[in-house]
Design a protein around this ligand. Structure first.
Ligand SMILES: Nc1ncnc2c1ncn2[C@@H]1O[C@H](COP(=O)(O)OP(=O)(O)O)[C@@H](O)[C@H]1O
Ligand SMILES: [Mg+2]
Length: 230
């Protein structure tokens, strides 16, 4: 297993929001997390990425315990986190946004741009425009391109299609589809059609606990299966 989250509790101050969470992700596997708003999905991704420390339990990535390590250290180990808020440097150009990521990933700017454009060819047109002018879908594609630059072993993506138009959802879908197998992913997603088409495995989260796991996507084709979870 590439990632093992074992019996993890997480609290904000005195409010415990994750309870005995255990999940596992294999090399190259695509695992989706579904659940209502407030269930604790973002908290789980932030904990894996090192932005929050569990109060109990262990997180082991590539054989190394990482729970409680600072986020920069976790990132250096090969985990990237794409935040839910689609935040880019709005005043900087797209090229400059890519430059910052290229620097962090220690690759040349030209190569970084080439890789982002390979993922999303239309980005060529926006390279010299402020990233603040990009649509939600374009921002997400920029963020995904940036996250993939350092060739992470595990990518954590928080609601990549949230708030996007149908066309933009398709573009994000294509990028996720194309990167199948090259990098393991944990993706929080509310769009069940995206989940069913892309997931190797699904965990349902309810009130801070993993309440079920699905390996067979046909099993969640019937909406009533996830009733009470979503
Ligand atoms: N920074 C925070 N401080 C206190 N409580 C928080 C904070 N962030 C999230 N929460 C609470 O933790 C719970 C889980 O939130 P979150 O992980 O964002 O859920 P999800 O991503 O599934 O919508 C919610 O009850 C939320 O209000
Ligand atoms: Mg969330």
């Amino acid at each position: 297993m590439l990632l093992m989250v074992n019996d993890v509790d997480v609290a904000y101050g005195r409010a415990q929001v994750l309870h005995q969470i255990s999940i596992a992700v294999d090399e190259g596997e695509r695992v989706f997390m579904v659940g209502r708003n407030g269930a604790g999905k973002t908290t789980l991704l932030k904990t894996i990425a090192g932005f929050l420390a569990p109060s109990h339990g262990s997180i082991v990535f590539a054989g190394r315990p990482i729970a409680g390590l600072p986020a920069e250290e976790v990132a250096r180990g090969g985990i990237r986190y794409v935040f839910q808020d689609k935040r880019v440097f709005t005043k900087l150009t797209v090229r400059e946004n890519i430059e910052i990521a290229a620097h962090a990933a220690k690759i040349r700017l030209a190569e970084a741009i080439e890789r982002v454009v390979e993922i999303y060819p239309k980005m060529t047109r926006f390279l010299d425009s402020p990233a603040g002018g990009l649509s939600g879908g374009q921002r997400q594609l920029l963020l995904l391109g940036r996250a993939l630059l350092g060739q992470p072993r595990l990518l954590l993506i928080d609601e990549p299609t949230e708030g996007l138009s149908a066309g933009a959802i398709d573009e994000v879908f294509d990028v996720l589809e194309k990167s199948k197998g090259t990098v393991a992913m944990v993706i929080v997603e509310q769009n069940l059609s995206v989940v069913r088409q892309l997931a190797d495995r699904v965990y349902a989260v309810k009130e801070g606990r993993v309440c079920s796991e699905y390996r067979d996507m046909a099993a969640i084709a019937d909406p009533s299966v996830l009733e009470g979870v979503l």
